[in-house]
Design a protein around this ligand. Structure first.
Ligand code: ADP
Ligand code: ZN
Ligand code: ZN
Length: 754
């Protein structure tokens, strides 16, 4: 068949090596093929699914002769699964982050959509009518299986999967059908699960539906954003507002305006756990506009995922809220991307492609002539430097709403406090214990923050110095007392707790350094009357636990909430008047050039959880280095001071944001080969890189040299021209051969430097 220009399209087949190929459009599909559509095409001897790619400019290398072009086999769905801007975004990500286009597309396009078939949506179960005590008792006697199912469903906060639940409870389909028959349990395939999320939002966690009257700082910030939106030109804007200053109201105002004009908006949050609260607020505030708000994050079921994606692709849903990957939402006519807590490291993806969702958001906004609105109480140095250079606009909210003060911060010097601390639980200093006791008397609540789970940080022998280490990593094992194990927090390896030192058999082999379990034990010891709940990765086994714990805390059923970093973000509890940071040094003395920035952010963010209601708050910080700059700047709530100091230090050493940093990580089972490979590569680079493009540092063994049986070495590249550097590195990389069992990966704008 003949194939002229108008009847040939470009297609990116999945698993086709990340290359774009040309295909002919058969007669029946003429005029129906659009970029972003899912199609089936022949590739070699196989048949593959792929997406129609926008035609690239002339001269971009094609892979076939016109005469060898084969026709598209099938159009799988008329609605394009990618919005018009996503192919360009994907291409940019592949180039910028040195990833294959295929791996980018796998990240952008969820697997259920990529498969091209409509998945069978799991049936869901939920309680429709609650039984009273008499009915329940009767059911228990008459039909214990039915009662078991009812009991289980009644305890859930939303609908649950039918098949999984019946299997788990060993309840037969007949028992379930009987409950459905009587109208006690609802069984649904469609609407029930979508509304499941709404149920989770109960418990008074929502802001009022009518917006508060904005204060002048909020109004000023909103006006700046609305101005940029109405110009319909690309603009990045940093909203720097202290904790509790009402940044969310500014985001909501901007989103309302976008929706009113028929555009779409994406709202990114740094943590899946924060999506229900965000979606709830959005739905309430947008209820009158009839706009559908969808959630997007990694915990959705395949069915939910498929429906949400297609609703956005069809333009039915114009607002989406979610974690990192929501930046790829296929919404139509994107006008605004909000990135809340833009400084959070969780925006950087930990596997290929190693993209940073904040930076992708900014680039995506630029493709659409849209506004990227980044917000934080502690903006990243990268964003602040973009503000200073004039790349980003900025607004600030310098005070909390309703004249609520910032909580004063008291620094407890643990070198001195330890002298007065007695007993086995030397974790909490006296002034902090007294402050906690005072809160109990006043019926106020407290949050204690310790960024290490487990009981003791390590087991160490005081006689010979032996530390119990992981068999697979160069890391100490953490002692978990609840199930008496030693555990590696990097790879999950567990070992029994030895009763004596495995080396010298000293019976004094014991734990050092406190984790959240020890803190919990210490609290029970010193404040036995307190109702304490611990929240960390070890207690998060059950799906709804996070929400339940927070909901109980909000209702005043608990006095003290203690936990790890998951408490640091976005939580708003008006009755919390005390926040204690138990070991501020944990993030400070780590081999990361951002250690000071992280510590400052942590202290400011965690203390931002105190005094958000009518009563004033107070913050205690336990540290062995009270004089450290981030501690002192946080105590004075002096962001500008910290920024000036830290930017100067980074500039001096040439670290970001002064230049871009690319990490080149080498891995392998054999440490010598890894070191040899990394050294050989650097010699090769020095001989082949044009001078002045990058500064090379290393190779050097990683801070954690062995991880999951792999030895790890780093090479660092510092550069001002990151795109050029990446493409040249990738090019040179194809010309260099590593020892066979050494692998490597480039991490552009690396966040994890360990
Ligand atoms: P941030 O995100 O800046 O920490 P939030 O947006 O969570 O702050 O706002 C803190 C609290 O103040 C919320 O409970 C919010 O409903 C309330 N709030 C925000 N703006 C106003 C306002 N203009 N008047 C009264 N209350 C407000
Ligand atoms: Zn010993
Ligand atoms: Zn390990």
């Amino acid at each position: 068949m003949s194939a002229d220009a108008a009847t040939v399209v470009e297609v990116l087949p999945f698993d086709g090596g990340g290359r774009v190929y040309s295909y002919a459009v058969p007669e029946a599909l003429r005029g129906k093929i659009l970029p972003g559509q899912l199609v089936r095409v022949p590739l070699g001897r196989a048949s593959r699914l792929g997406v129609v790619w926008p035609t690239v400019s002339e001269g971009a290398g094609r892979f076939q002769e016109i005469s060898r072009i084969r026709p598209i086999q099938q159009l799988c769905r008329e609605t394009p699964v990618l919005s018009a801007d996503l192919p360009r975004l994907a291409t940019w990500i592949a180039r910028y982050y040195a990833a294959s286009l295929n791996s980018v597309l796998e990240t952008v396009l969820p697997v259920v959509v990529r498969q091209g078939v409509r998945v069978a949506v799991e049936k869901k179960l939920g309680v429709l009518r609650r039984l009273d005590a008499v009915e329940l008792e009767a059911l228990r006697r008459r039909a214990p299986r039915q009662a078991a199912l009812y009991d289980f469903l009644a305890r859930q906060t939303g609908a649950v999967d039918r098949s999984g639940t019946l299997r788990q409870l060993s309840v037969g389909a007949a028992a379930c059908a009987a409950l459905v028959e009587r109208g006690i349990v609802g069984e649904n395939t469609g609407q029930l699960y979508r509304d499941a999320y709404d149920d989770e939002l109960g418990g008074g966690e929502l802001a009022a539906a009518t917006p508060p009257v904005l204060n002048s700082a909020q109004q000023g910030a909103l006006d700046a954003v609305l101005g940029a939106l109405s110009a319909r030109r690309f603009h990045s804007h940093l909203l720097h507002g202290v904790t509790g200053s009402g940044k969310t109201e500014v985001y909501l105002g901007a989103i309302r305006s976008v929706v009113a004009q028929g555009g779409s908006a994406i709202f990114l949050v740094p943590e899946v756990a924060l999506t229900p609260q965000t979606v709830g607020r959005l739905r309430q505030r947008l209820a009158d506009s009839g706009t559908r708000v969808v959630v997007w994050h990694s915990h959705l079921s395949a069915g939910e995922r498929f429906d949400a994606w297609m609703a956005m692709a069809r333009g039915e849903a114009r607002v989406v809220a979610g974690a990192r990957s929501a930046v790829f939402a296929p919404v139509k006519d994107l006008r605004l991307v909000v990135v809340d807590e833009e400084h959070e490291p969780s925006y950087k993806q930990g596997e290929t492609p190693l993209y940073h969702a904040r930076d992708v958001a900014v680039y995506r906004a630029s493709l659409n002539g849209a506004v990227a609105l980044l917000g934080s109480a502690t903006p990243s140095l990268e964003s602040m430097s973009n503000v200073r250079s004039g790349k980003y606009g900025t607004s600030s909210l310098p005070a909390r709403v309703d004249d609520r003060g910032m909580p004063p911060m008291r620094i407890l010097d643990m070198r001195r406090e330890l002298l007065h601390m007695r007993g086995p639980q030397r974790v909490l200093a006296r002034p902090l214990v007294d402050a906690l006791r005072l809160r109990l008397e006043r019926r106020e609540q407290s949050i204690l923050f310790l960024n290490r789970r487990g009981f003791a940080r390590m087991m160490i022998c005081p006689d010979c110095g032996h530390v119990a280490g992981c068999a697979h990593c160069s890391l100490a094992l953490t002692h978990h007392r609840s199930n008496q194990t030693l555990r590696c927090h990097a790879c999950g390896h567990t070992a029994p707790v030895p009763s004596s030192c495995p080396v010298c058999h000293s019976p004094k082999f014991n734990g050092r350094g406190a984790g959240t379990q020890k803190l919990e034990a210490a609290l029970l010891c010193v404040l036995p009357q307190a109702r304490v709940v611990r929240l960390d990765a070890d207690t998060m086994g059950r799906k709804n636990l996070f929400r339940e714990v927070l909901s109980d805390f909000r209702k005043g059923k608990t006095d003290i909430l203690l936990g790890t970093q998951m408490l640091a973000k976005g939580l708003d509890f008006p009755n919390v008047t005390l926040v204690g940071i138990v070991d501020a040094d944990l993030s400070l003395h780590v081999p990361d050039f951002r250690a000071a920035e992280r510590t400052f952010q942590l202290l400011v963010q965690v203390s931002g959880r105190a005094g958000r209601g009518d009563r004033a708050g107070e913050v205690f910080v336990q540290t062995f280095t009270p004089g450290a700059a981030p501690v002192q700047f946080a105590k004075r709530a002096d962001f500008e001071g910290f920024l000036g100091d830290e930017l100067e230090r980074r500039r001096e050493h040439g670290y970001p944001p002064a230049r871009h940093l690319i990490r080149h990580l080498f891995r392998g089972r054999n440490g010598d080969k890894v070191a040899f490979g990394a050294n050989g590569w650097v010699q090769f680079l020095e001989a082949n890189m044009p001078p002045g493009l990058v500064e090379i540092r290393g190779p050097a063994a990683c801070a954690v040299e062995r991880l999951q049986d792999n030895y790890r070495w780093n090479v660092w590249y510092f550069t001002e021209r990151v795109m050029n550097a990446v493409s040249l590195l990738c090019e040179l990389r194809t010309r260099f051969t590593f020892p066979p069992d050494v692998s490597d990966v480039l991490d552009v704008d690396a966040v994890d430097v360990g």
